[in-house]
Design a binder for this molecule. Structure first.
Ligand SMILES: NC(=O)c1ccc[n+]([C@@H]2O[C@H](COP(=O)([O-])OP(=O)(O)OC[C@H]3O[C@@H](n4cnc5c(N)ncnc54)[C@H](OP(=O)(O)O)[C@@H]3O)[C@@H](O)[C@H]2O)c1
Length: 283
């Protein structure tokens, strides 16, 4: 039985579908992505936002996306489906921090009911390894290496950092962790999205990259024209904002002008109860 109902579907242009029938039924339609561009992965992003555009309450213990979606099963199913479709899932250090220390960026971690379906899709239809690579971007390297993402041998984690971040990670014991690799992609300051994409493409063979935020990292990718699609769940809740309290939207730390702000085409609209599940492609 479908978890969502498709209201609009403009995604008619691609070749053969590989999505298994049971997943198609749950998603009420197909899910296909174009081939990656020649020199970088195809980048899809996924966020959940309130009706007034807030993606995090920025309150300790209540900052994760689940507070915005109220752990909506269909939102979690789509998150899992996107993870199952990707070669790698990327997050910034701020997003890692706000998820439980046991958190894993696997398809089934967000939606256990479809564990078998996700695994069949990945292994038999997409011919990808069991789990997507987890990519964590942290300039400072100040990561809690006791987290499950760094201690689960079946899952590979790649930390992209700066020279100072490499030193910090070494101090924290990262070289001793078998499933963790770190790369310095900048001498200091911010890492350029292009450098991230190039490394993932050339060194890890990443063709489809799922960008799971947060807003700071996403803003930089958007500004670098390195986002191809945005999956956005609109949750029927209004968070509001005080004048002097930050509550981030999908993009933080970057702003566009009307003449240069990116535009998107709509690919699909799905619905369940008062939730909307939107899919856009960069124009
Ligand atoms: N609702 C949703 O769908 C959703 C999705 C994702 C996140 N969120 C929420 O968003 C909030 C986090 O927001 P955020 O903007 O702080 O998250 P973020 O982008 O995940 O993290 C920011 C941190 O990532 C590192 N970073 C980002 N870009 C970098 C670059 N180019 N080079 C080097 N390091 C870079 C830096 O880490 P260092 O400080 O270590 O250098 C920076 O402080 C959390 O509350 C999270 O739950 C919500």
């Amino acid at each position: 039985m479908a978890l969502v109902r498709t209201l609009i579907d403009c995604d008619k242009e691609y070749a053969e579908s590989v999505l298994p029938r049971e997943l198609k039924d749950l998603y009420d339609g197909d899910l296909r992505f174009p081939a990656s561009p020649p020199a970088r992965p195809f980048v899809i992003a996924n966020f959940v936002s309130t009706l007034d555009g807030v993606v995090s309450y920025e309150i300790k213990g209540k900052s994760a996306g689940s507070a915005i979606s109220a752990s909506d099963p269909a939102d979690r199913f789509i998150m899992g489906l996107l993870r199952a479709s990707a070669d790698a899932v990327m997050i910034g250090a701020g997003t890692l921090l706000d998820v439980s220390a046991k958190g894993l960026w696997t398809p089934e971690y967000v939606y256990p009911d479809a564990k078998r379906l996700y695994a069949d899709y990945r292994l038999s239809a997409l011919h990808k390894p069991e789990y997507p690579l987890l990519v964590i971007v942290s300039g400072s390297g100040r990561l809690d290496l006791q987290r499950a993402v760094f201690r689960t041998p079946a899952m590979r984690a790649v930390v992209l950092t700066t020279s100072a971040g490499m030193d910090e990670l070494a101090r924290r014991g990262a070289p001793a962790l078998a499933s963790v690799e770190a790369h310095a992609l900048s001498a200091g300051g911010s890492i350029a999205p292009q450098a991230i994409l190039e490394l993932l493409h050339l060194q890890y063979g990443v063709r489809t990259l799922l960008h799971e935020g947060g807003p700071t990292l996403f803003g930089q990718f958007l500004a670098a024209q390195a986002v191809d699609e945005l999956f956005l769940t609109l949750s029927p809740q209004i968070a509001g904002r005080e004048r002097d309290v930050a509550r981030p939207a999908v993009v933080q730390g970057v702003q566009f002008l009307p003449d240069s702000a990116p535009w998107f085409q709509m690919l699909s609209v799905k619905q369940k109860a008062a939730y909307l599940y939107l899919r856009y492609r960069r124009s």
